[in-house]
Design a protein around this ligand. Structure first.
Ligand code: CA
Length: 220
């Protein structure tokens, strides 16, 4: 679902987090020192950086300051063993998006990651519209006019990605990957069936899902 860089020098913590996040469908790169972390974050388009402050070679706050100075806007979640208000303020001032103190609960970390990725995805829009179709990004509900639109989980995920990339072609493989949290190996035919059902449900909305032959779909 997301491409995440994990910068953490505690090997057992890093391995454990990597396994958990991979299990949640994310792709994880890891770095165990600040120089490697900064290099990786400058070269790749990550959806999120999880950044330990106490890193060898270059500490996490310097890495964060350098990335922001270079115009990298990816969301950054700081992990730290230190927890004073000054540390938090400093981290947030440097451009961290969230802050979690060690030891932390893995469920809380996952919830914060979800929140950061959601925020990023819709750039703080609470409502996204296409014709009379509306997505309430807080409630994760679609409606057409003032009527709620009932969707299956597959239909929801497909429509969400199409809307997120409105006006652009969404490749079939991207949609299949987007659905991988529900179905490990969704066939291309099964995706076509989801699209067919969505088209029916969107008939009254003014939104049309067009097929772009050989590539994928686009919502207009
Ligand atoms: Ca550390």
């Amino acid at each position: 679902m997301a491409y995440i860089l994990l910068a953490e020098d505690d090997q057992s913590l890093s391995d454990g987090l990597t396994r958990t996040l991979q299990h949640g469908g994310h792709t994880i790169d890891s770095a165990n020192n600040g120089i490697d972390a900064e290099f990786a974050a400058s070269c790749n388009l990550y959806d999120l950086l999880i950044l330990d402050i106490g890193l060898p070679q270059r500490d996490g706050l310097t890495v964060l300051a350098n990335l922001r100075r270079d115009g990298k806007s990816l969301p950054v979640l700081i992990l730290t063993a230190r927890d004073t208000p000054e540390d938090r303020i400093h981290g947030l001032d440097l451009g961290a998006n969230d802050y979690l103190c060690k030891p932390f609960n893995i469920g809380e970390l996952e919830a914060r990651i979800r929140a950061l990725l959601r925020k990023e995805k819709w750039a703080n829009q609470t409502e996204v519209r296409c014709g009379s179709l509306t997505l309430n990004t807080r409630a994760n509900r679609f409606s057409v006019g003032d009527q709620p639109l009932e969707l299956s989980p597959r239909e929801y995920l497909v429509l969400e990605l199409l809307l997120q990339r409105r006006g652009r072609v969404v490749f079939k493989n991207d949609l299949i990957e987007h659905l991988s949290s529900l179905d490990r190996d969704l066939s291309s035919n099964a995706l076509d069936i989801v699209i067919h059902r969505l088209r029916k449900k969107l008939e009254q909305s003014g939104c049309v899902v067009q097929t772009v032959k050989g590539l994928g779909f686009i919502i207009e």
